[in-house]
Design a protein around this ligand. Structure first.
Ligand code: NAD
Length: 494
């Protein structure tokens, strides 16, 4: 990497954009400059894809023993931990999130690399009983080839790791494009892969605009799999582009996640976690619990206290030790959240708190006050759309059936939570909810060993867990007849 301008990484070389273009990245908390990075051209992307293709076809990585690939990932995990402070600071400045959250993300991605390092050689396939002693029939998993990876700005480290670790464990090569607003930690991950000696061409990094730099990763004929995390609208474009080439697609999209609180829940824990669900990281979490669905018998007190606690949340920049939550990622994004809340109120929701930008001390940053909208109806746009900001909508229910119906009344299906002290209620409701992750009496934890992904419009495929590795493989059946014989279907006529 150069000291001043972070460049692209193509075929084992750190190279500037072929056009010489650059982009200045700023911190959303105060618009201070974080760094300058190269802005790739379509030609740069082409070179990166072809380098990845060559590396794959030459078997530079795919042909290594799976255990060796696993060992490499364990070394990546060690290197990440050694550079934890540098990475966390870069993530915090790019995204505006609090340093402590970025440090947590570093621990999470280290676990992710360790998990896939450990299971890299645990996917040997299986023998199939062909019903014939002379036949060896086995099913094997092979790397899929060249992966295009496109990630969003809310969890740049996490999303890159969730894709890179399983892709490398399975033996693929890849080209990754982080969000243009938050490229620095993906650049640092590539620096780690490079410094540990990954063969040239296996890992490639392109930086820049979604339409120019991201789009070819979903449409190029040499891409075998496109793995995308981001919004529904972009996800749909990517799926359409990939469909033309019949590519395998993995999509992790948005969510409109229900947080269902029954009357018998542990009140303090449910209240505390309702704040955590909706306002952690200013709600810039795909699985944020932005739809509070609370039993009518406790709703008034619960929402009053939620509002009071929301008003006490301290906003601040990433390095401010007093801050409890940070800014939105850009002015454009804050404008979207402002519009989303205004439309919700216009459609009949009652604004209980928030609904405005952060305090005067944050004039330079894109802060938005934690917001609660109650008296929401199912047809309110604030209930239907993913606002992607610190906004909780409140709906109430009287019966378990009603709670389930409200929680499932969304086109998304990423995650949700159930709060109750009754194990039967917890189990029944969690099985009826059409969402990919259900927390019972908790919110937000996830494990690298457990699959993550969405039902319905929240996506296609799964990351993490054994399925997260399988996502990056093709499955092949090898049927070996050890005693070749004439079949007799078309007998000789001579
Ligand atoms: P986005 O869809 O705007 O952008 C995501 C990425 O796609 C960026 O790198 C962008 O440059 C790129 N892109 C834009 N247009 C493209 C195109 N035409 N072709 C290829 N790439 C293109 O999303 P965002 O606003 O950065 O992120 C927020 C969204 O991500 C939210 O909807 C959130 O719910 C979702 N998300 C989902 C998960 C999950 O695990 N399901 C995790 C994090 C974020």
């Amino acid at each position: 990497m150069t000291d001043t301008i972070a460049t692209l990484f193509i075929d084992g070389q750190w190279v500037p954009s072929s056009s010489g273009a650059t982009r200045t990245v700023t911190c959303p908390a105060d618009q201070s400059e974080v760094g300058v990075v190269s802005e790739a051209t379509a030609e740069d992307v082409e070179r990166a894809i072809l380098a990845a293709r060559r590396a794959f076809d030459e078997g530079l990585w795919a042909d290594k023993p799976a255990s060796e690939r696993g060992d490499f990932l364990l070394r990546v995990a060690d290197a990440l931990q050694e550079r934890k402070d540098e990475f966390a600071r870069a993530e915090a400045l790019d995204t505006g999130k609090r340093l402590v959250e970025a440090e947590g993300d570093m621990d999470d991605i280290t676990s992710c690399f360790r998990y896939f390092g450990k299971i890299a050689d645990q996917n040997p396939g299986r023998l199939v009983d062909a019903g014939d002693a002379s036949v060896i029939s086995r099913v094997v998993h092979e790397p899929i080839g060249v992966c295009g990876m496109i990630t969003p700005w809310n969890f740049p480290l996490l999303q890159a790791a969730w894709k890179i670790a399983p892709a490398l464990a399975a033996g693929n090569s890849f080209v990754i494009k982080p969000a243009e607003l938050t490229p620095h930690t993906t650049i640092l991950i590539m620096d780690v892969l490079d410094s540990l000696g990954l063969p040239a061409g296996v890992a490639n990094l392109v930086l820049g605009d979604g339409g120019v730099v991201g789009a070819p990763l979903s449409s190029h004929p040499e891409i075998d799999l496109v793995s995308f995390t981001g919004g529904l609208v972009t996800g749909r474009k990517i799926a359409e582009a990939a469909a033309h080439g019949i590519k395998k697609v993995a999509l992790e999209l948005g969510g409109k996640n229900p947080n269902v609180v029954f009357a018998d829940a542990d009140y303090e824990a449910a209240l505390d976690n309702a704040l955590n669900a909706g306002f952690l990281d200013s709600g810039l979490v795909c699985s944020a619990g932005t739809r509070l669905i609370v039993h009518e018998s406790i709703a008034e007190r619960f929402v009053d206290e939620l509002v009071a606690r929301a008003e006490g949340i301290v906003m601040g920049g990433p390095l401010d030790p007093k801050a409890e939550t940070g800014p939105l990622v850009s002015k454009e994004h804050r404008d979207k959240v402002t519009d989303y809340v205004e439309r919700g109120v216009a459609a009949g929701a009652r604004l209980r708190t928030g609904g405005h930008w952060g305090g005067p001390e944050h004039e330079q940053g894109f802060f938005y006050a934690p917001t609660v909208l109650d008296q929401c109806t199912a047809d309110n746009p604030a209930v239907i759309e993913e606002g992607f900001g610190p906004v909780i909508t409140v709906e109430t229910f009287s019966t378990e059936q009603e709670a389930i119906a409200i929680a499932n009344d969304t086109e998304y299906g990423l995650a949700g939570a159930v709060w109750t002290s009754d194990a039967g209620t917890a189990q029944r409701v969690s099985r009826r909810l059409r969402h990919g992750t259900i927390w019972i009496n908790d919110y937000h934890p996830y494990l690298p060993q457990a699959e993550w992904g969405g039902y319905k419009m929240s996506g296609v495929g799964r990351e993490l867990g054994p399925s997260g590795l399988e996502e990056y493989t093709e499955t092949k059946h090898i049927y070996h007849n050890t005693e070749p014989a004439v079949s007799g279907w078309f007998p000789r006529k001579d």
